[in-house]
Every structure is written in C-alpha cells, then in structure tokens.
Design a binder for this molecule. Sequence first.
Ligand code: ADP
Ligand code: ZN
Length: 429
Amino acid sequence: MQYFDKVEFADRSEIEQIQSIRLKNTVYQATASQFYRNKLAMAGIKVGDIKTHNDASKLPYTVKEDLRSSYPYGLLTQPVDKMVRLHASSGTTGAATVIFHTENDLNSWADLVARCMHMSGVRSRDVFQNMSGYGLFTGGLGIHYGAERLGCLTIPAGAGNSKRQIKMLSDFKVSVAHIIPSYALHLSSVFTKLDIDPKSLHLKIMLIGAEPHSEEVRQRIEDIYGVKAYNSYGLSEMNGPGVAFECSEQSGMHIWEDAYLAEIVDPETLEPVPEGELGELVLTTLCREGMPIIRYRTRDLTRFIPGECSCGRQHKRIDRISARSDDMIVLKGVNIFPMQVEKILMSIPEVGENYVIELERQGYLDQMRVKVEIRDEFFVEDMRSLQALQKKITGQLREEILITAKVDLVERDSLPKNDGKAVRVIDNR
Ligand code: ADP
Ligand code: ZN
C-alpha cells in the first residue's frame, strides 16, 4: 500500500477552508465538555462567533494546568465508555496529563503518522523498528499504528536493552527505525563495544524526535548510522507524534494544518509574533472528537519558517524546537538554553555522545558545571592535551552563553543515561 493523502499537497486556500470548517466544528464539539463550556462562557465566546480559521485568536488559551485541574474527565465531550484508549505525557515538567481517544481519534492519528512517515520516504516494503518506550508514552503505540497503517513490517522493540535492539536491527534487516536522539547516540557506543559498525546494517532512515536536539546531533546520528535522520515533533496533548515532521528537504517540519491549527505567540504578551520570529507554539486540534483542545500553549519555542518548501507542500513549516520555555536556565542573570550548550559540545570532534549540565551554588554564587563524555581515542591522551581540550570547550561555551562554566571531562559511559528522554540539566541550587 502506498500511503498518500491529497490534502498533503493542498494549496493555502484549500488548507484554510478546511481549517475554517474544522475549527467551527471543534469549538462546537468542545462545548460538550464541562471544561470548555465554562471556559468559553467565561470568555464570552459563543460557537457562532467562530466563522473562519482567523477567529481562532478570539478563543481563550488552554494551559497544562487546565488539564491537570480538570483531571481526569473534565475535557471529555462524550461519555467515558466511548473512549477506547488513554495516553499520558511523559511528565517531564510535573504531574503527567492524560488524554483520551475515541476510535475515530485513533484512526485519524494513525493516518497522520503514516502520512509523516511516507513523506520522509518510508514505504510499506520497509522493515520498521520502534525503539521508543511503549506504554503511556505516545512514541510507542502512536508511531506503531502509523507504521502498521503504512504497511511496514513493524517491530515493537520498545526502549532499552541495547544488545537486543542491535540483534533485531541486524536479524530482520531493519531499514527504518524510530528512536529518541539521545538514545541513538548512546546506542552507538554499544555498537562500538560490540565492535559492530552501525553502517554495516540495513538502516537507511531514522525518525528522531520526542526531545529537543540540535542540528549537530542530527548530523552525528546521520554520520554514525549512515542514514537520513528526520525530525519528528509531537506532544501527547495533541495526540503525540504526527503533529509536525520533516520532509525529504530536511529544512523544517511541516505542521499538518488540516489537523492542527498552529499559531506562534510571544509567551509574555500572548500576541502573535511577526512572521519568522521565535515564540511559543500554540496548537488547536482540528480532528479530535473525544477530547478536543483549543489553543494549547505547548511551551515549546520555535518559529514559522517563511517561504515555501521546495517539496511543494504548503503546510507551514516550523523550525526545530529551540527549547521548552520552562527549560530556560537563569544563571547570574543570564538566560541560557541547554540547546546552546549542546550545539557547541556536539560540534567538537573530541566530545563523545553524552553530557549533562549541573547548576550549583557556591556561597552566594551560582555556577554551571558541564560534564562531558570524551571519545575513547582522546581520553588516553596526555594530561596536557586534555587540559587544552578543556580550555577549548570552556572558551567556545563562553562565546555562546557568556558564562564561564566549569568543564569536567569524563570517560565514555560514565554519565547517567535514560532509555527515554534525556535529562540534560540537574539543578542543585
Ligand atoms: P512531556 O511534556 O511530559 O515531555 P510528551 O511526551 O507529551 O510529554 O512530550 C512532548 C514534548 O516533547 C513536546 O512538548 C516537546 O517539548 C518535546 N518534543 C517532542 N518532539 C520534539 C522534537 N522533535 N524536538 C524537540 N522537542 C520535542
Ligand atoms: Zn517540504
């Protein structure tokens, strides 16, 4: 089966027409939930006020706290017995939030994921290994059903157990894998230990996402595995994976605007930012009946990439997520995003596959300590070259973040690692 939907190549006016119809419908459906009935009434909005997609800006925002305070059923538009599955966010930033799906919701989600995978070149003849955690995390079943819908032979490998992952990749001639980028880097050191060249496998595409990562990390993954790596963005509140995905151009992720209405706003003023500028991504579900969510503040910072993509698709593109707004480190009055540190580290060839940023307080002073794994071949070098390397990293970091961090060079595999999303910042202040 070739998975393709003509809405993928719809022009702007068609996309906007679909959005207008679906936004009206979504707002209408949402009022069947206790939460939105109250919220819209408080904002003085009636269903009839929403006539086109442009009217989205009249609607109130929904924040993570709303989902928490109406836990568990407050946003359902139908009785619980109409729901067929629930998922939860990973809880990276606090208590997890729970999302319910009807059968139609699951169907349209699988279609979206299949569309994403097809766009990045995956076909039914591919053998697909899903190396992300199953269970409540949406990267498991969410991607899984998309791959099956596309017709791939799908291996639900789950997270962790690296040796077994490698055996399956090899035994079943896996051509496409879905993997969290920090785990892809870690897995490469297991390949090294086993003395297997990842390029000797049959992998040609890796779908990477679920956590912020830099272009430098993508390049490392592509070099190590000899694949094309495509960025995949999603969040459980918006189903999970399948919200935005890279096409073969690898220049930003197309948001499926027939399924999500996307806005980018200034997180302080909540006003739209000028086209092309960085702000917080706000998303409205347009195809979800069981638990529609209106103007959800994702806390993810990105920008719309101006202009059309050369692939011909007119669904807008977002840039890679530069940070979660709540990831920002404030140190000595300077704002720093972990991604700035990653970009520098990953561009230095001696640096290995893992790092962690620790924030500490010494007396009255806050300090940043960056622990960096160094590649084996450099770790055996003499003291003087290690000191030179340390100095080089400190200097390059200072240029980027304007702060002199303490840099500890450590051996491969000595930093803690996760099977799921990496924890990059530890705040001990
Ligand atoms: P949690 O918010 O608890 O981590 P989710 O599992 O729903 O729960 O994760 C969604 C979040 O993961 C997004 O809001 C975003 O911050 C991050 N994320 C997902 N995909 C990407 C990606 N491709 N690039 C950067 N961040 C991503
Ligand atoms: Zn494109």
